[in-house]
Design a protein around this ligand. Sequence first.
Ligand SMILES: Nc1ncnc2c1ncn2[C@@H]1O[C@H](COP(=O)(O)OP(=O)(O)O)[C@@H](O)[C@H]1O
Ligand SMILES: [Mg+2]
Ligand SMILES: [Zn+2]
Length: 499
Amino acid sequence: MTTDPSKLLTADIKLTTIDSLRSTTVIPFLRRTLDYMHAYPFIITISSEKGGVGKTTLATNLAIYLKAMREELPVTILSFDNHFTIDKMFELKGQKRSGDVHDMLLGAIASTVVHVGQYGVGYIPSSTELSDIHERFKGPMTLTRMLAESGISGIVIIDTRPDLNILTQNALYAADRVLIPVKDMPSLDNCRNIFSLFEQRGIDKKSLALIPCLVDERIKFEGVFKDQKTLLRAFAANRGYRCLDTYISKSPKVESLNTNPDGKIYPILTHARGTEVHGQFTELSRDILHSYDATPESRACLYYTWLAEKEGKKKESYLARLEGLADRCLICGALLAVQPEGRSFYYETSDRTARGFLHDSCFTDMLCASLYGMTSDSQAFGAARMVVADKAGKLVSLLLPKTAHNETTLDYRQFTTTGEQIFQKDVALDGFAEGTLEGINSRLYLLLNESLAGYEGRLRNGIWLAVHPVDPANPDAVLHEEHYRSLQRTQGLIGAAIA
Ligand SMILES: Nc1ncnc2c1ncn2[C@@H]1O[C@H](COP(=O)(O)OP(=O)(O)O)[C@@H](O)[C@H]1O
Ligand SMILES: [Mg+2]
Ligand SMILES: [Zn+2]
């Protein structure tokens, strides 16, 4: 597999993975299974930070052309803008609205808010309330996941606002094709921000393409750049931006489609067939259909498959971690399956051969007795025990037995999870080597012996034991991916600190 587990931590921003998956096999079985379950959309995002460049006209009419050119292909459109052009154009008379873009972004299954509208195009009603979404939308791939999970198939077209907020970014990263309308130098200059977003995240820019829009055919220049579109193309090429061969001309007829006594917005296909723009939309749609056909696995599909696989791996390694645990509390010896309550500590040796849980009272009492010589009959025991418990519950305890001249001492330390040493104490382990420990030290003896003893009962040289506090309400959570990873980080820091 191409995905190195250590790189998965920042999973959501590892978008480059999608591109690497495209060229390799993503567990064919898994993919087939997912395919049976549902389809994935091919996503086209129309984006430009400039307003008035023709985004919405492009998005809405493209939807209509695609549907007209391939009747059986589901085409769905949605907009993150609040001008309701989509609704005006696609809403059927008297159609009841059940859910909108806002609901989808809050987690409603996208397919349930798709309305089949005019011209057979599916649309998700617009919303004016998207501003509160920006805070919820933290990850760049949230929308990709939502659309991948939606079960919507065919082509989804996303019309965006003239900005690069987190919603627009999500729409950009989700897209198999991003169309960036440019009509003049300022709009061309603005493209830089989209391209650099992709560069910053290390994502392949091949989905991005400029399309000259609102091109005034009457304007002619002297010299090489004979007209607007040639000039724009030349500048685009000069900056390394891919530009489509297709462009969209400026047409008074097209402009007039928005302005009607009945407040409707008419499509180019039905109301401006005689214009050049009609031919241009046909050409653009053909190009889009071609890349749709040439893409067996859309970005949404690849991302979702990758996520599912990652989840599967996580589950597998979690189960593997559960497998290796000791079945008893090493201090009291009780079977944890019988006495699972009160597991407040997780221990792991530096060589990871011994791992398991300890009861809260077992470990705390052991510390009180062995480290501080406290006995329950001493007067201040209750208060002192609370202090010991409090410290042990916040810090990671290190237990490192050292043998020199036939005498064993225990190097006991406490660390923060970031590896900062807070406390150190040497504890004499008289009789440890002979196994003749009695009384207060026997609990410590059991713990060390069970976890650190190797061949013929001798301590494994240089191996230490760390005891980490865990949430007693859900101790197993420490073995979950992220949690366990940070525990491992702490283990590493402790190892480095005592080296
Ligand atoms: N090909 C075209 N010819 C003439 N006018 C157009 C054309 N495309 C769009 N327009 C007009 O330009 C204005 C802006 O278009 P719009 O699609 O709303 O842009 P954006 O979504 O980028 O703000 C609208 O008034 C629209 O009618
Ligand atoms: Mg618009
Ligand atoms: Zn116990």
